[in-house]
Design a binder for this molecule. Structure first.
Ligand code: THU
Length: 165
């Protein structure tokens, strides 16, 4: 018997000014995307922006539905857009932000469990870590070098013995 401890590493910034320009720019893209979210049910608007290895930025935001469960999170809208339109280009970074019609989001928004799994798929697909930059309307910014920090013991194509390259 052996106890396993998993280490997660995140960097907290007190404000956005401490971040490199590339990160700050991606947050601005995520905010612009957030303002176009379709969230008439939750009134919680989430924006995501993806930076590809070739410098192209893709945006996504949450798309809700009267049939609640079929709505999709901003992160998956963005990452699926990347996979659909640039299947051969690696993903470098993903920024996430949110606001609400009902309260002030004063802390970083982190991806939900399903989105963590979706992000992990693309890290595995391209064999490249994705830098995650998470923020709210105000407050701290959280940065992680890879989704592994949010999803230990992940299930991926290796478990199915499937080659994704
Ligand atoms: N949502 C996202 O878009 N991303 C997340 O990481 C968390 C939740 C969306 C889903 C739904 O439209 C709304 O936020 C409230 O859960």
């Amino acid at each position: 018997m052996r106890k396993v401890e998993i280490h997660c590493s995140l960097t907290e910034y007190d404000n956005q000014d401490e971040l490199p320009e590339e990160d700050r720019n991606l947050i601005q893209e995520a905010k612009a995307s957030m303002n176009k979210a379709y969230a008439p049910y939750s009134h919680f608007h989430v924006g995501a922006a993806i930076l590809l290895d070739n410098g192209i930025i893709l945006r996504g935001n949450n798309q809700e539905n009267a049939s609640y469960p079929i709505g999709l999170c901003a992160e998956r809208v963005a990452i699926f857009a990347a996979g659909a339109n640039y299947p051969n280009v690696k993903i470098k970074a993903l920024a996430i932000t949110a606001n609400s019609d009902h309260f002030h989001v004063n802390k970083p928004i982190t991806p939900c469990g399903a989105c963590r799994q979706a992000i992990a798929e693309y890290e595995h697909r391209y064999q490249q870590d994705i830098r995650l930059i998470m923020t709210g309307e105000s407050g701290k910014v959280l940065v992680a070098d890879t989704i592994s920090n949010f999803l230990p013991y992940q299930f991926n194509a290796d478990d199915l013995k499937v080659k994704t390259k």
